[in-house]
Design a protein around this ligand. Sequence first.
Ligand code: GLP
Length: 241
Amino acid sequence: MELDVLSVDAWAERVAGDLVERLRSEPTLRLCLPTGDTPAPVYAALATRLEAGEASLEHATVVLLDEWVGLDPDDPARCDGRLRRELLDRVSPGPAAFHRILVDELAPEEAAARHDEVAAGGLGLTLLGLGANGHVGFNEPGSTADGPTRVVTLEAGSGEAAVARYGAKRVPEAGITLGIARLLASDEIWLLVTGARKAEILDQALRGPMGPDVPASFLRSHHKLRVVADTAAAALVTRTP
Ligand code: GLP
């Protein structure tokens, strides 16, 4: 595991710059992307750099990490809408393909199965955020390392966060997420973590027991895990024991 601790001011620009480098060296990269407050400043910085011609998504494929079930297509909290607003619609050309999760077109189980097939085509680089309860994607506590892509019942806090933090018009019924097994099959994973409120859970994820109580802890078993945190989120991890 590689741990990069960066200042709050430098964090997003650094991740965006590293993504530019990756896209330049691997233009056909298959990228799995999360949404949420953590990656938003990275996408803003990346969009600016892509628009300045530093690299392009033209030959890249973007696979969405997770999606709410039960929110209207235009709900502000929808993950697909958010990724479009924050990154994909801001760059031209856009990616060769954007694989959203087909929650409007298919029954949830079918949408999950279809998305799993997409991810089975390979993920070169997976970016992840960290939930306050240790989830990654919607792999809530109780998820296992071999967990499949599936429909999940959300913990109360995760559903309410859609309303309180992301402006959803109703509490979503469930979520669809790539399973931990698929995430671990990615060639490389960058776990993005910012803010003091994530310090305790990041410490548990990186230094606590590896197991279903903190699903993010399973990421430590990946051969190419990079954790990119700001100083506030990394406060406990970097403390000498
Ligand atoms: C959400 C999403 C995750 C996200 C995480 C952290 O519920 N399902 O994919 O990474 O919680 O969100 P944030 O970055 O807004 O703190």
